[in-house]
Design a protein around this ligand. Structure first.
Ligand SMILES: C[S@@+](CC[C@H](N)C(=O)[O-])C[C@H]1O[C@@H](n2cnc3c(N)ncnc32)[C@H](O)[C@@H]1O
Length: 393
């Protein structure tokens, strides 16, 4: 793992190597290599673009609000903004040194208190912030101190963003407005869950299911609780042209952000994003769905207060809180798939791991006896039994 050293204490060649290491690391993160599956993505020391979270789930059952949004105005991720600002290399380096010393002052205090990021991770994030902000990041290393560089954010905003990162523990992904997930770069902002690396595996599970039964490519797939649209977009890209995906979320912000991401990947003809509660917008598809995926809120309510500050203070409760034992939504979804999937239809749910998986499978084998086959518990990258999959009889 790249250990980001101080730019001021190492030579130019080393600096360039470090920049290219950071860049390739981001590329690796984008590649979704199954071969990396056993590397612990849950560890903050592996990547900060992958906040350690080990979420679970949900609440708030709401009325049906089924409608498609008409205005799309989420915040533009930093890397997509026009480079309309300028600063001199010396002013930027002054900011960079200030930001590095702030990161250094954190030491392991966040890690010790709630498994938050340590100084090394924060330094790595700082380099990513520079990468997203500067039109030509290497010019910070190569140019004379009085050279003027073009930026995607004002220098003053960079000071305030980095203060928010350290002092408020605002997640890095909300600072830069995006997260790298599989081969996608998804827009995220407050109100939308930052998609997690373990969730990437659901796409591989869908891919496997389709290889077993190509008929699944022809039907309607649904991503329940779509958040940034990660699963819907991932599925939309691996399924053929005949597939249609509906992405549903109760949160209007999630619906806006998911729609933005769907449009950015030019999948609007294949994926429709709807606001509503779970199966409510799908009444005409009863018994007709080819596939259902969901990463619902599954954190037990009693664990919410103990979450890492980045998660507990900043990510939406609606995406996290799963009620008592974290099972409220998962059980609702299990009962729904029995009704909504067509025969041969596939489902994959993410859980908080272990006991939730066991409970779900037992629930499906007893309450929905005979309605499913091939019920499986699948581990995540860290070996935690995380997903439940199955096929409707
Ligand atoms: C754990 S997040 C998952 C987001 C996204 N699928 C991902 O994996 O990154 C759960 C999502 O479920 C949504 N949600 C919560 N309650 C819901 C409900 N009753 N109906 C639909 N979506 C709901 C939340 O807004 C949130 O976006």
């Amino acid at each position: 793992m790249t250990n980001i050293k101080s730019f001021t204490t190492i030579g130019l060649d080393n600096l360039l190597t470090e920049f290219s290491q950071v860049t390739s690391f981001r590329k690796i993160k984008q590649m979704n290599l199954t071969s990396l599956a056993r590397v612990s993505f849950l560890s903050t020391s592996f990547t900060s673009r992958t906040l350690n979270r080990s979420l679970a789930y949900r609440p708030i059952s709401c009325s049906s609000l089924s409608h498609t949004p008409t205005s799309l105005n989420p915040n533009l991720p930093l890397f997509l903004r026009p480079p309309t600002f300028t600063a001199t290399v010396s002013d930027l380096k002054k900011w960079q040194n200030w930001a590095k010393s702030l990161a250094l002052s954190v030491g392991s205090s966040f890690a010790d208190s709630d498994n938050g990021p340590d100084s090394d991770i924060l330094h790595r994030e700082l380099n990513w912030l520079i990468e997203d902000t500067l039109e030509s990041p290497k010019s910070l290393l190569l140019s004379e101190h009085d050279a003027v560089l073009t930026l995607r954010a004002e220098l003053g905003d960079l000071y305030s963003l980095w203060k928010q990162r350290i002092e408020k523990r605002r997640p890095f992904q909300y600072i830069v407005g995006c997260e790298h997930w599989r081969d996608l770069v998804l827009s995220v902002e407050e109100g939308v869950l930052i998609p997690r690396p373990e969730t990437e595996l659901i796409i591989d599970l869908v891919d496997d299911a389709i290889k077993q039964n190509v008929e699944l490519k022809n039907g309607m797939w649904v991503d329940l609780g779509t958040g940034s649209g990660a699963l819907a977009i991932g599925i939309g890209r691996i399924l053929g042209d005949s597939v249609r995906v509906t992405a549903i979320d109760l949160s209007p912000i999630a619906v806006q952000v998911a729609s933005f991401n769907v449009n950015r990947y030019n999948l609007q003809d294949k994926i429709s994003v709807k606001q509503g509660s779970w199966f409510d917008p799908l009444s005409e598809f009863e018994g007709k769905l080819a596939g259902i995926v969901s990463n619902p809120p599954y954190i037990p309510s009693e664990h919410i207060n103990g979450l890492q500050a980045e998660v507990g203070r900043h990510e939406p409760l609606l995406a996290l809180d799963g009620g008592e034992n974290g099972m409220k939504d998962l059980l609702h979804l299990c009962n729904g798939v029995a009704l909504m999937l067509k025969s041969g239809g596939f489902f994959a749910f993410e859980t908080n791991g272990e006991n939730q998986c066991l409970f779900l499978v037992q629930h499906m084998e007893t309450v929905h006896h005979g309605r499913f086959y091939n019920l499986k518990i699948v581990p995540d990258f860290a070996g935690i039994r995380r997903f439940v999959t199955g096929i409707r009889s």
